[in-house]
Design a protein around this ligand. Structure first.
Ligand code: ADP
Ligand code: MG
Length: 261
């Protein structure tokens, strides 16, 4: 398989505080990769960098001929605002925005595809519902329908099954596997190691630095998992030292963080 996305000594920082350091390696075209690692390991940061939401502070990301439209990205649930007054149908239609006309009008074909996408995720008849009225599982199904409509070559999912019921998890995991069998490249941040071992051939194990990246059976070894945990404990211990002298550069200007799980 040929390389689709290559990371070269990638470092990503927030206000100069590195969240991900010196990552090198590549995602092959058509690969299915899990990103695993402790809380605060930089998993979400790495996804945002790959999709182009965050710029590298060091190193580079080579996306070859891929453009922004080739990426379908599902952020972590905590980052998605659901109070926005928008219907299920309109949320799904956002997946077709690149086909929309100058005044945001969609073709009959796209509207039909949106209907089909909702049927695939088991939400036929939910079109007029306000997204705020859905359960978290139903809302995740809507976001997967939007990804279906978007028809992206590369799909990035950030903890897609966290706090989602088992039935929805099973259905949406099937969809992820189907996307991959269609030749799409899928990269998913996951915390369920059993799921990673059962369904994801490749794993990138992260603890701010790369612990290991390759075949899941090699990467998810007890020794590597212990190493990742030890690295996480070390950055907790060293947290004080990372603060700038005088503390004038507080977190106040930054996005508020959700508390760790
Ligand atoms: P993970 O997804 O593995 O839990 P994150 O990528 O969310 O980790 O975070 C990695 C580190 O970067 C953490 O120390 C986190 O507090 C910090 N961080 C994440 N997002 C921001 C932000 N918007 N501003 C400042 N620091 C952030
Ligand atoms: Mg995260």
């Amino acid at each position: 398989m040929s390389d689709l996305i290559r990371l070269e000594n990638l470092t990503v920082t927030y206000e100069r505080h590195p969240a991900v350091h010196h990552i090198s390696g590549s995602f092959a075209a058509g690969s299915l990769t899990a990103i695993a690692g402790p809380n605060g390991a930089g998993k979400s940061t790495l996804l945002k960098a790959i999709v182009g939401e965050l710029r590298p502070a060091g190193g580079s990301i080579d996306r070859g001929a891929l453009t922004r439209d080739d990426f379908g990205y599902l952020p972590q649930a905590a980052d998605i605002v659901r109070r926005f007054p928008i219907s299920v149908a309109d949320t799904v239609m956002l997946g077709a925005w690149k086909n929309a006309g100058a005044f945001g009008q969609f073709s009959r074909k796209d509207i039909e595809r949106a209907r089909e996408a909702l049927a695939v995720v088991g939400l036929s008849g939910f079109e007029r519902r306000h997204i705020g009225s859905l359960s978290s599982g139903q809302f995740q199904r809507v976001l997967f329908a939007r990804l279906l409509l978007q028809d992206a070559r590369v799909i990035l999912l950030d903890e897609p099954f966290t706090a989602i019921d088992q039935r929805t998890t099973r259905d949406l995991l099937d969809l992820v596997l189907r996307w991959n069998s269609e030749g799409r490249t899928v990269i998913a941040v996951l915390h369920d190691f059993e799921q990673v071992r059962a369904c994801f051939p490749e794993t990138l194990l992260l603890a701010r630095e790369l612990v290991s990246w390759g075949r899941t059976q090699d990467v998810m070894s007890p020794a590597n998992l212990i190493k990742a945990r030890a690295m996480a404990e070390r950055w907790d211990d060293e947290a004080e030292e990372c603060l700038p002298a005088g503390g004038e550069e507080s977190e106040s200007g930054l996005v508020k963080r959700e508390p760790a799980e």
